[in-house]
Write a protein that binds this ligand. Structure first.
Ligand code: SF4
Length: 349
């Protein structure tokens, strides 16, 4: 989510520039925002952490032109400008960050770098410059979560050095999208489909559980996305102070778990949505596997870990230390995996 919500800005938010994205490198005085956990991993700022990010999360742009109700960076949000979801993002010089990313990647402390880009005048040019700058400095796989205007913008970011581009749907249903994000879901969907066809294996999306769709809605969409090779990052809606949805409730953990496991079974090719069962409220009641097979499939605990681009673990985007663990940012212990599997199986009954 930039709930990660940037993560979810609608494409077409800027007037098309006839010359396309500018492909210079970042100006020497450019600043990149860095998540507080990333800043610690990169050695830019000390922070005690019990879960360490394995991706460098970087944010470009200031207050977003769009107005996603869940997003700390939304136009009308009263959350601090350095906030995104539950995370704060101090700013550092771009060249300094790029060198720190290179060192962290070279020593195995991070596996990826991710630019989260707010929608605003010049935001895509800034993203293009940032990608070019980072790609020149390091061999780290780069992904960009932004609001490209068209497939050509996607291609440009990829050619400049991004390994992947993420176009966030956030919402599974057009009506929810219109209510929570504004604009047309179909526009984002069509761009996602065209991009996935043109650049197979290099396109991702973000989905947020808890915005108002049923489990059946979300899981059905996950199957469609998986079938066309789109990488699906799953988030739990997280109320952030200062946003329009600050007082809305996060999803029950049992709801999140059922969708999370459905995503994993689909992506792994273990089952498909047509084999799933739902009750009259769209709640998952079966994955089409018996309990023994389901337990055997889930016992590694991988299904409960953060999903998204390879190497992305997003510690504390949706979680508070010691609170509900929607996405595990690290491997589960045997006891944790057994507990999660038992709770999941019980919740299907
Ligand atoms: S899934 Fe990819 S685009 Fe999304 S936050 Fe993780 S690394 Fe960034």
């Amino acid at each position: 989510m930039l709930q990660l919500g940037l993560v979810g800005c609608e494409p077409g938010g800027e007037a098309a520039a006839p010359e396309g994205l500018r492909a210079t490198t970042a100006p020497r005085d450019a600043q990149w925002r860095v998540s507080s956990g990333t800043a610690a991993v990169l050695g830019l700022r000390p922070l005690t952490m019990d879960a360490v990010p394995t991706t460098a999360y970087l944010m470009l742009g200031e207050r977003c032109l769009r107005n996603c109700a869940f997003c700390a960076q939304a136009r009308d949000s009263r959350a601090p400008i350095e906030a995104l979801s539950r995370v704060t993002w101090p700013a550092f010089g771009a060249q300094h960050v790029a060198r720190a990313v290179e060192q962290a990647h070279a020593t195995g402390r991070i596996a990826r770098a991710c630019f989260q880009v707010t929608a605003g005048a010049g935001a895509l040019d800034e993203a293009a410059q940032a990608v070019r700058t980072l790609a020149a400095e390091t061999g780290v796989p780069i992904c960009v979560s932004a609001a490209p205007r068209n497939v050509d913008d996607v291609g440009k970011l990829l050619r400049l050095g991004a390994e992947r581009v993420t176009i966030a749907l956030d919402a599974a249903k057009p009506a929810v999208f219109a209510r929570v994000k504004g604009g047309a879901w179909e526009r984002t969907w069509n761009l996602l489909m065209m991009s996935a066809e043109r650049y197979p294996g290099r396109i991702g999306t973000h989905l947020i559980v808890g915005l108002g769709e049923t489990e059946a809605d979300v899981v059905t969409l996950i199957q469609r996305l998986s079938d066309v090779g789109v990488t699906i990052a799953l988030f739990a809606f997280t109320p952030v102070p200062g946003t329009a949805m600050a007082s809305a409730a996060p999803p029950p953990l049992s709801v999140y778990r059922r969708v999370q496991v459905a995503r994993w079974l689909i992506v792994q090719g273990v089952s498909r949505v047509d084999a799933f069962s739902f009750d009259s409220d769209g709640r998952l009641t079966s994955y089409g596997l018996d309990a023994t097979a389901l337990r055997a499939t889930l016992v590694s605990g991988e299904a409960f870990r953060t999903a998204g681009c390879p190497g992305c673990n997003r510690p504390y985007y949706n979680e508070r230390p010691g609170g509900v663990m929607y996405n595990y940012a690290r491997p589960l212990s045997t006891a944790e995996a057994e507990r999660e599997v038992a709770a999941l199986v019980a919740s299907l009954g």
